[in-house]
Design a protein around this ligand. Structure first.
Ligand code: A3P
Ligand code: MG
Ligand code: MG
Ligand code: MG
Length: 356
């Protein structure tokens, strides 16, 4: 039986004249492979930066330059790989090369170019690096296909040596169809010593994880909890990114007794997707903040394909068709499927008119 990533292919065609079986490529098979390769390389680059440049000195000086260099370098690496394989595809990336231009940007620019060339397979000139970064300027939208990239999500976590993720997704006609997360500091299994996880999902094909440095993919599932008093929830470490006070009131209403697990980045979607957490709450701290598509696209398809549900604080699905931000949504609620409506109900109850 023809199988792809553990699932039966929709059609296995038998050519009657030759009796040869030709197996059609699964939907987005090539994109899946290239996206994984790009995320692996960018994750390696980030780890190299952390090992070389994040020192107790940079940390005490609150010097953010290591993460800035890694942000630019990872975006250059991913965009160059996408450009090579899918030259017609536009990219919505978080970073742009503005701060690397001119005399003011020279020092940083040199560091980024050196870094990219120290990890990549193919040497890149300064101009190529800048050009690759700026392929990420696409405005996004509802038609056609485009990628969205967060070269390092959870920059604060990266600097603390905690969770961060390289996040890449493909959006087709406003729908997220493919997502890959590279999570260098995530435990391969909850409680295990080995770290570094890659998660991937394609629409309709399930969600999978494997070690970031290779090996076989295994399917992942969100939890089947139906009683919210048994649920565990996760949220951002940063109180500027989510309201910890509101989540405390919501979890009290749901009878949740376990303390929240706070972690940076889309590793929270990864935790829900493999059943380590049952709920991810991202509750607005400001009326005017629009969530960025690159902060949610990959996690969105991975949780959905793992059998979970994702919406905003009103339960409405996240709408990736409005450009670079989720302009039509506020906040995020991601849960295992059985408790989604109950959790959204509690969010509405606590946020009241703020949740409209
Ligand atoms: N006021 C705000 N509300 C929600 N998210 C915010 C925010 N200000 C910044 N962010 C986003 O929060 C992301 C990190 O999320 P988390 O807290 O879950 O780790 C940041 O991504 P980067 O780290 O890629 O810049 C940034 O885009
Ligand atoms: Mg981000
Ligand atoms: Mg980022
Ligand atoms: Mg940022």
């Amino acid at each position: 039986m023809a199988r792809y990533a553990g699932r039966k292919l929709a059609s296995e065609q038998v050519n009657q004249s030759t009796r040869r079986i030709s197996i059609p490529l699964a939907y987005l098979a090539n994109e899946r492979q290239v996206a994984i390769q790009a995320v692996e390389q960018a994750s390696k680059l980030c780890q190299a930066v952390f090992n070389r440049l994040v020192t107790s000195e940079t940390l005490t000086k609150k010097d953010k330059s290591p993460v800035t260099i890694a942000d630019f370098g990872a975006q250059a690496v991913v965009n160059a790989i996408l450009a090579e394989h899918f030259p017609a595809d536009p990219i919505v990336g978080e970073e742009d090369s503005k701060d690397l231009q001119g005399d003011a940007g020279k020092e940083m620019r040199n560091k980024v170019v050196d870094l990219v060339n120290s990890v990549g397979d193919r040497p890149m000139s300064e101009a190529e690096v800048l050009q690759a970064i700026d392929r990420g300027q696409y405005a996004g939208g509802a038609t056609g296909r485009h990628w969205t990239l967060d070269p390092i999500d959870g920059t604060k976590g990266f600097l603390r040596g905690e969770q961060y993720a390289v996040c890449l997704a493909l959006i087709v006609d406003g729908q997220v169809r493919l997502g890959v997360l590279g999570c260098p500091n995530l435990e391969q299994k909850q409680g295990s010593e080995s770290k570094g996880v890659l998660m991937v999902a394609v629409d309709g094909q399930g969600a999978f994880q494997r070690a970031l440095d290779g090996g076989a993919e295994t399917p992942i599932r969100a939890s089947s909890v139906s009683d919210t008093t048994q649920a565990a929830f996760c949220e951002s470490v940063e109180s500027g990114h989510t309201s910890h006070g509101d989540s405390e009131r919501i979890s009290a209403l749901l009878g949740i007794t376990k303390a929240p697990v706070r972690m940076d980045s889309q590793c929270k979607y990864a935790a829900v997707a493999r059943g380590n957490a049952d709920v991810y709450l991202r509750l607005p701290t400001r009326a005017d903040y629009e969530e960025k598509i690159w902060d949610h696209a990959a996690g969105n398809v991975i949780v959905r394909e793992a059998g979970g549900r994702v919406g905003d604080i009103t339960g409405k699905p996240l709408d990736f068709s409005h450009g670079r931000t989720l302009a039509q949504n506020r906040g995020v609620v991601a849960t295992s499927a059985g408790i989604f409506d109950q959790v959204v109900g509690a969010v509405q109850n606590v946020l009241g008119s703020k949740a409209v």
